[in-house]
Design a protein. Sequence first.
Lengths: 492, 444
Amino acid sequence: MKNGVGTSGLILDEPLLWEKGKKGRKGMSIPHSDVPQAPLDEELTGTPVDFPDLSEVDVVRHYTRLSQWNFGVDSGMYPLGSCTMKYNPKINEKQAATPQLAAAHPMLDDQYSQGVLQIMYELQNYLADITGLDAVSLQPAAGAHGELTGMLIFNAYHQSHDSKRTKILIPDTAHGTNPASAALCGYRAIALKSNENGMLDAADVRELMDEETAGIMLTNPNTLGLFEGQVRQIADIVHAKGGLVYGDGANMNAVLGVADMKKCGVDVLHLNLHKTFSTPHGGGGPGAGPVCVTKELEPFLPVPRAWKDGDIYRLEQDRKDSIGRVHGFHGNFGVLVRAYSYILSMGAEGLRKASQLAVLNANYIREQLKDTFHLPYPQPCMHECVFSDQLQKDYKVTTLDMAKRLIDYGFHPPTIYFPLIVHGAIMIEPTETECKEDIDQFIATMKEIAREAKEEPDKLRNAPQISKVRRLDEVQAARCPCLTGPTLPAEQ
Amino acid sequence: MRYLPHTQEDITAMLQVTGNKSLEDLFSGIPDSCRMTNEWQLPEPKTEWELNDHMQAIAQTMKVDQNFKVLIGAGSNHHHIPETVKALMSRSEFLTAYTPYQPEMAQGTLQGIFEYQTLTARLLGMDVVNASMYDGASAFAEALLMGLRIGKKKTKVAVSAAIHPHYRATAAAYLHPTEFELIELPYLEDGRTDLSGLSGLQDVAAVALQSPNFFGVIEDLAGAAQAIHEQQALFITCFSEPLAYGLLKNPGKCGADIVCGEGQSFGLARSFGGPGLGMFGCRQPFTRNLPGRLVGETKDLDGKRGYVLTLATREQHIRREKATSNICSNQGICAMTAGMYMASLGGTGLRELSRLNYDKAQYLKNALIARGARLFFEAPIFNEFVVEFPHDFQPAHQRLLEQGIVAGLELSKLYPELKGRYLFGITETTSRQDMDRVADEVQS
C-alpha cells in the first residue's frame, strides 16, 4: 500500500543507564550545605549505592532517545480495545501542574487546602451526576482498585445485614481483572455464560443467583462492545435475592448521557478517569478509578471524602460503617485535576457528543470491515467492535501476525486475544478523537493486510520489519527471567 | 469542541455507511428504562482561557501554597525536582502510551522501566523490583497479602504501630474481608518497635516494620531480621522516604525478604498525596509470588537486545481469581520519573543529597533541643523526628504560619497518646535561616 504512514527514520541506539557515564558526574543541581555535618552512626550507615553517574546531557539524551522508540496517542491512532486511548488534552497537564495544587501537602488542616478540596468536592458531584448515582469516592487509584473497593463495599454491606455470602457471578464478557478483584475479598467467581448474541440472559442469572451469592459484576457495555439489554431485569433478580450489582464502568465512554446507571440497577460503579475522562495512560498509569454508589451504600464508601459545610470545604474524617482507606492519601489527585479540567472543557453537550462519535466511529469500522474479517457478533456495537482471525486461518496467518503488520503501517494494534470468548479476537476501539480520514486510512490498511494474508502471508509472519526491534522472544524472557541489570562488583 | 474532529459532513457520510438515521439512532439498543433523563447540572463548557482563569481562582484559595515552607514529611515529602525530569517525563511518547502490550512499539517505556527496576533494586538491596504499585499504602497492604501467600497456612501478620497510620489503615481495609488477623506491635520509648511480644505469637506469616518509621526513627532492621526469622516468619520492611537509603544500610542487607514503600520523593510533586509511586521488591525465591507487572530482558528475532512484560502467568488477566494481585494499571509514568530522577542523581549525587537531608534534620533537631525542646524518641533519625516542647507550641505554630512556615505536624489525630508532640520533616529544600526562625519562636 502506497499511502501508509509507517516509514523508517533515523532511530538512535542507546545503551542501558549503567553502561554509560563516569564516576563523579552529576545530572542534578544539589543545594550547598548551609549546616555543619552531623556525626553518622557507622552501624546504620550503608555503602554508597551503585547508581551510574551521568551528566545532565547524558540523562536528557538517554530518555529522549528512549521516548523515540515509543508510540503514544500523540503519535497516531491507538485503537486498543477496552483501553479508550483518546486524545489527552495538553491544557489538562498544565492544570495539574498548577503550583499551588502540585505543592499541596495531604496532611494539612482543611482550612489551608480549600482549593484542592473544592476540586474534589465538585468532581465528586460531577461524576455522580454523569453516572446517575448518588455518592462518589475518588480514592481508588485505577480501575482494578475501584473494583476491589467495590467488592469491599459488597462485603461490608452484606456483613451489616448479617449475611454471609461466598460467591459472585461474573459473566464471560466481563473485564479480566474482575475475578481477581472478587477473589481478594474471598468471593468465588461463578462463571456466567453469554448467549449466542454475546449478551446475558436474565433467565441464566435467575438460575445461578442465590442467597449465598454476593451479587454480580457486570461490564456494560460488555467486552464485546454490546450493551446488555436485560441489565435491569438481571439487577432485579439479583436484588430480589439480597445481592448487589457491580458495574464495571471501564466502557463508560460509550454511554455518556445515554445510560443512567442507577436506572440500570447498578449499586456500585467504578469509572476509569484515564479512559472516559481523557487523562494520559502514562505507559501503564497512573489512572484513577473513582467509585460511585447509591444512597444506600454511601455509608460504606472509603474515607476521607470531600464535603461542603456552608462555604467551607472539608474532609470527612471518620464514618463508622466505612470500609476505611484504600489509598495512603486521597487517590491520584493529579489525575483527578485532569479529569475535572476535561469535564469543564467539554460540558454536558461535549461529553454526550463524545460518546455519540465514539460509537459512530466503531460502527463505521465494523461496517467497513465486516466482509473482510470474521465478525462473530454481527449486530451493531457500541464503542468497540470485535473481529477474529477465522477468515485468515486458511492462510496460516494469525491475529498476532496481523497485529504486528499494523505496526509496519504506523498504527498501534488493537487489543488482541481478548475477550477470551472470541477465539483470535481483534478488539478495536477507535474512540471519538480519531477523524474520518484517519479511520478510513486504518480501514484501508486492515483490508490491505487481509489481502497480504492471502497473497503474501510471509510479510505478516515476519512483521514488524521497520520497528526498532523485531518480534521478541517472550518465552525465553519468562523461562529465564532477567528482571534487573547486573549487580556490579562495587556493591559489597 | 476542538477535541472532536467530526464535521457535519463526516457524520452524515458515516451514518450513511452504518445505516443509521441519526447519532441518537446508534443507541437504539438501549432500553428506555435504562436511559438518562435527568438534565446534568454541569457548568457550561469553558474555553481554554476561561478554564485557566477558573483554575487560577481555585489555586488562589490555597492558604498554604507553593511559597510556604512546609516542614512536614509524614509520607509526602518536598524535594527539589530538576527541570530535566519534568521535561523528560512530559514527553508525550511516554505519557500518552499505555501498558506496553506491543513491545516493538514500546521499547522506550520497557527499557525505562527495566532501568527503574534495576536502580530501585540496588537502592533497596532487593533481587527483584516490580514495575510499580499505586502508592506506599497499597503496596504495604499487598506486601502483607504476599507474605500470607508465601506463609501458606499461617493466618497472622504482625505490623509495627510505628508504621504510617494510613498504611496500616489501608492494610486493615484490604484484610478485613479475609480470615487473616492483623496484630499490632507497640513502639518503645525510644521510638523503635517492641518485638518482645513476637515470641509468644503463633502462626505468624510475616512481620512488618517501617524504617525510617513514621516518627523518623531508624529501626534496628538487622536485629529485627534475626528475631523475625527465628519465628519462621518473613520480614517485610516499608518506607516513605526512599532517599534514606542513599545513606543508610539498605533493607536487603539487613535481612528483609520483601520491601515496599512510597517513591514520591524521587521526582514527583506532593500533589495532595498522589499520584505517588508504590515501590515493591523481594528476594529472588519469592519472584513468582510478586504482585504487579514485571519487565524482563530478552532478544528479538535478529538477536538484538530488547524488553518485554514477563511472568504474566502470575497476573489477573491469565490466572484470574488465582492471580497474585488484581493490579492492572499501575503508576507507569511515576516509575519512569523515579528512574529519571535516580539517573540524574547518580550514586555520587544520591549520597550527597541524602547526607544533606540528614545533616539539616540534625541541625533543626539540635537547635530545638538547645531552645528547651525535648527529642521525644531518642533512637537515631534520618530526616524526620518528633519533639516535645516545654510550653504549648500551638501559638508559635500559628505565628510561624503567618511567616509562611508550617512548623511540623501535631500528632494527636494520628496518635492520641502523642497529643502536643510534633513531627518535623526536613529536606534539602529547608534553609538554615528557616530552621533558625522556627527555633527562635520556641524560645520566645
